[in-house]
Design a protein around this ligand. Structure first.
Ligand SMILES: Cc1cc2nc3c(=O)[nH]c(=O)nc-3n(C[C@H](O)[C@H](O)[C@H](O)COP(=O)(O)OP(=O)(O)OC[C@H]3O[C@@H](n4cnc5c(N)ncnc54)[C@H](O)[C@@H]3O)c2cc1C
Length: 410
């Protein structure tokens, strides 16, 4: 008889686990609480699905036990992932910083090809079936859903974390894991926009530019990232902001003051920027101070930056600025410091920090050390990655290993 494998949650990890198990001759059923599988995949990478990163290493991950994560991402690694996806029809397009997208630049092609593969291996999908609890019953598991009770020999929990909760992940996996004695690490949103304490945000909302952001506690630098930055009416967003958010939120939760520092000219040091401005003011001597910045920085930012840097500047000509004034502007352009006061909620977050503690899980198989036949994969575990394709890589690596291991004969 084939091993009956139940996959709880039809997201990235669940689909990969299902395919790996079915390829290895298991009889597989996915239980998905939404009306179709893989909804979150469609939203990834702004609809383009950044499905892995050719530079993946353990340094791109966070969690309490990174040796566990390392073993898994080295086992079903980036090359295995690229091969797997190419075999099912996804030709890779490699973009900046090693990010990999489907050549079609459509997340839907990733989901379509995964579903095609799932159909080819006759994987059953029970949609609109929320798993409420799991019970070990003699040699098998009872899967208790809101549509009935089903039986499986092995169970893989792939319910995701709490991030992107509109796509079905609301932390259900933690209760299921706890019912078998697993320890759960507190969760908080990671890869999320930050709220700032500044009264001028409404005026500059929508402004985008390439720059660098750092987060600081007291004067200690915690993390610095470069990329496209976007001001919003509540604070700040963009890939480098998401990237530093995990560290910033840890400080917020410890009730420590934390600041973001924005560098609008990462390619210039302060003296180079001083020279650039001084020469510019001579060249543009007929213009007012405000007019002289038009063409250098976004127009909406000019009055805000000038009022932060200078006391009075209104209609004065730019040649009126002395050395001290120019350095004062340079300091804001290079180190615009604003207090971070919070973050957006689970709906806007891209991943979950914390989750099922991995100490009680075998890194070779992803089987629970607490309950034989029970496995875990994906974001439900206490492993989260940086922005850049690392979270989906985690879902594929852990999903594949869990699926393959669970399909071994009973
Ligand atoms: C907007 C957005 C963009 C992202 N972009 C990227 C990107 O480009 N690259 C990248 O690497 N990562 C990206 N991520 C992160 C990545 O999508 C996730 O880390 C990854 O999808 C996690 O996979 P998973 O299978 O563990 O969980 P999920 O994909 O969250 O899937 C879990 C599934 O389980 C189902 N489920 C939950 N509870 C139950 C239950 N009780 N019964 C039945 N089913 C249940 C859910 O409905 C869901 O379908 C993005 C995330 C978001 C929100």
């Amino acid at each position: 008889m084939k091993t009956r494998v139940a996959i709880i949650g039809g997201g990235a990890a669940g689909l990969m686990a299902a395919i790996a198990a079915a390829k290895n001759d298991a009889d597989v059923c996915i239980y998905e609480k939404l009306n179709r599988v893989g909804k979150k995949i469609l939203a990834t990478g702004n609809g383009r699905c950044n499905y892995t990163n050719i530079n993946t290493s353990v340094n791109d991950y966070h969690g309490k036990n990174l040796r566990f994560a390392e073993e898994i991402i080295n086992s079903f690694n980036v090359n295995s992932t690229l091969d797997f996806f190419e075999d099912i029809g996804i030709y890779p397009r490699i973009e900046e910083n090693g990010k990999v997208y489907p050549y079609s630049l459509q997340a839907s092609s990733v989901l379509d090809n995964l579903r095609y593969e799932a159909n080819r291996y006759k994987i059953k999908e029970m949609v609109e079936s929320k798993v409420k609890s799991l019970r070990k019953n003699k040699g098998h598991f009872d899967i208790i859903t809101d549509t009935g009770v089903f039986i499986a020999d092995k169970v893989i929990i792939c319910t995701g974390g709490r991030a992107g909760s509109q796509y079905g992940c609301t932390g259900d996996g933690y209760g299921l894991a706890e019912s078998f004695g697993h320890k759960i690490i507190n969760q908080f949103p990671a890869l999320v926009q930050l709220k700032l304490n500044a009264d001028y945000l409404k005026k500059i909302s929508g402004v985008k530019f390439d720059g660098a952001v750092s987060c600081f506690s007291d004067s200690a630098l915690i993390r610095r990232e470069e990329g496209e930055i976007l001001f919003t009416d509540y604070g700040i967003s963009g890939p480098p902001v998401l990237q530093i958010s995990r560290e910033a939120i840890k400080y917020l939760y410890n009730k420590e003051m934390i600041f973001i520092s924005i560098d609008m000219f990462p390619d210039f040091d302060k003296n180079m920027l001083y020279e650039l401005l001084s020469e510019r003011f001579i060249k543009l001597k007929t213009k007012t101070i405000e007019e002289s910045f038009n063409g250098l920085i976004n127009k909406k930012l000019i009055p805000v930056i000038l009022s932060l840097a200078l006391n009075e500047y209104k209609e004065e000509k730019c040649t009126k600025l002395n050395k001290k004034d120019i350095y004062s502007v340079v300091n804001i352009l290079k180190e615009w410091k604003i207090e971070i006061t919070g973050h957006n909620d689970w709906q806007q977050a891209q991943t979950t920090a914390g989750g099922v503690c991995v100490d009680d899980i075998n890194p070779k198989t992803l089987e629970s050390k607490k309950e034989k036949g029970l496995y875990f994969a994906g974001e439900v575990l206490d492993v989260d990655g940086d922005c850049g394709g690392f979270n989906l890589q985690w879902a594929w690596s852990s999903g594949y290993i869990a699926g393959y291991s669970a399909s071994d004969s009973i």
